[in-house]
Design a protein. Sequence first.
Lengths: 250, 296, 290
Amino acid sequence: MTKLTAENIDVYYGSKRVIHDASLSIESNTVTAFIGPSGCGKSTFLRCINRMNDYIEDFRKTGVIRIDGKNIYDKDVIVEDLRKRVGMVFQKPNPFPKSIYENVVYGLKIQGVRQKSQLDEIAEKSLIQAALWNEVKDELSKSALSLSGGQQQRLCIARALAVDPTILLMDEPASALDPISTAKIEELIYQLKENLTIIIVTHNMQQAARVSDKTAFFYLGDLIEFDQTKKIFTNPNKELTQNYITGRFG
Amino acid sequence: MLLKGIKTKEKLIETFLLACAAVSVLTSIGILWVLFTESMIFFRHVSIVEFLTGTEWTPLFAEKKFGILPLVSGTVLTSLIAIAVALPLGLTIAIYINEYAPKSFRRIVKPVLEILAVVPTVVYGYFALMVVTPFLQKWIPGMSGFNALSPGIVMGIMIIPFISSLSEDALFAVPKSLREASYGLGATKFQTSFKVLLPAASSGIIMSVILAISRAVGETMIVAIAAGQQPRLTANPLVPIETITTFIVQVSLGDVVQGSLEYQTIFAAGIALFVLTFALNNLSFWMKKRLQEKYE
Amino acid sequence: MSKLSKSNSSTSMMMDKMFRYFGLACTFFALMILAFFLIKLLSEGASRIDWTFLSSFPSRSPEKAGIIVPLVGSFYILALTLVIAIPLGVFSGVYLEEYGRKSKLNALIEINIANLAGVPSIIYGLLALEIFVRWLGLGKSLLAGALTLSLLILPVIIVATREALKAVPKTIREASYALGGTKWQTILHQVLPAASGGILTGVILAMSRAIGESAPLIVIGAMLYISSLPSTPLDDFSVLPIQIFNWLSRPQPGFIINASAAIIILLVIILILNGLAIYLRNRWQKKVNW
């Protein structure tokens, strides 16, 4: 079932065009990787999906992005609601300077969920989903900043999961982490896709090859190729893709 | 959540916050309006020419004279003395901290010097009256108990951090390359500081001096306690004088009927004071802008 | 430059060395003078301080006079000022830092605040005299005094708030938005709490400034001689610095001793406030280690 479609997306910062005519379609419960060299537009494209680019002053977009058939840039769309259905994990872990518990339940509290039993239940569930529960279950009131980098990132994932999104956007989630934490996160992605649609931006091609079902290759603002991951990495259609995969540049 | 609900609530909050920020604008408007309207009434009774050029200020006497020059001269005299104290000391300290002292010294001493600026001005007034004046009287014959020299010196001490901190910042901002060029040619720290760094940091230093003068001009309590209440057009620092600020305090302490001419004189004095400090402050802002443009 | 290329004579080396000592001397001179003043102060007034002094009412005779009335007045006016100035200042700072785009209005407000910070305090007194005392009919009350002081310290609180808000990393706000938080929710639940240490420090510094102010309060008519404790915000009042000023204007040496003692009390209060500010700032910086 199609979860997200992007049709002829152009993105401008002022008069500078950073994404040119990108179109793709993503199925539910799949993992899609966006790859490409630095500055190719993959993060920008990702941020269009939860409208985080709205905060950039001279951001302009043409084209349509639909989630479950609905244009997310429609006038009657409440962007705060959108972000409850489309979660995001950032490159550098950014937990709030509060306790682990407070971090996880923040998204719920701002929606008006107050009952402690409910909050506790969802917090536990999210931390289990993020494979962090066993490590922190006895220290939920400890400061989130006392956790290691890898744990902080899993906390951020738990925090995003707590609001029960259907899509999870991950912007280079493991690039600031050590190899062991990275492996844990990748395993997590594999488990999460059972319930979520995941889009992950990564500059690590092996990672893309390991975790994703489909891969989109961006280069200088153009979506060069979008296909099954296996195909992209073994027998791509475009020569540019082939050159990037084999490390000729990037 | 309803669409209208969130958007309206957020917009309301933003408007409320803007209203808070606007209070500061209202304050400025208020100051200008108050000074202006009361002064306008004043100037209907007193000619502006007499006000600006008259050399006698006796609004509370039977024979009223409204020349503000004596008050201005009192203000200028005390401020000049203050700067004469603060400038050499402040600048020397700035150069020393910047070029000679180790980094740890800077970290400790700079905030400690700021203490000078935090002491309440009544306390400084006390020092001027009870410590400095008696001390000076021992050495200077003919020095009266109320004078301009004592509060001037104490004000100078108070404003040292204005000059030392800001000048030090200005010296700190001079590019390393200039320093290296000078030292590379075999210059001493003294030569580098005075021939290269001071000229390069001059806008910043001048800005700090202007701000310090502005602070001295607006100072009230030190002069109210130690300078006396005798308006006098003079350059003699050993006799009692009165500043613009002291006059306002003097009237406020007395039994002055609201709406009377005497009442309006404090606003006329106020507007003179405001014009002086406003001009000085904006001059320094302009210098700061020039400094920033220089290093862009 | 040709002057520098001559090899340095011994005079230049000597000048350099002399200046080094001169500079050090100047730095310490300023502080030594202050220390000297304080020693003199303590020798004059320390012995006068006891519970009787702290709790006595004003009197024509210096031995009987005490500072309870202005002391209480200072605390009341400080409390009132905080109630007014903190919300006003923090909300203004939040608006300017979080909502203000590079609009002309914002630039205007910023220049305005910079100017207000440089206006002599006595001019605030004139403003308050017309607007609060006359126009609003508040008379020379605690409330009028508190409003005056609030306007005076407002720029300090606004600037402190902005600096504290600036120090909160963008990523914290992003995380909140990404979870569906609105702008105000993000500010209220994440940004302000994270900035609270810096804001508190600024507030305490503003307080220690306010408690030492006398000129604007004299202008609005704060009493030099008041014999009863204020009980409502509309009562007449006096504050510690004004009482000091009053005693300094009297000829009797007994009053000078009283003034010295009162100054010591005032300085102790300010010292405690500033110490508190430094302590809180250090604790906050440890807690929030980005």
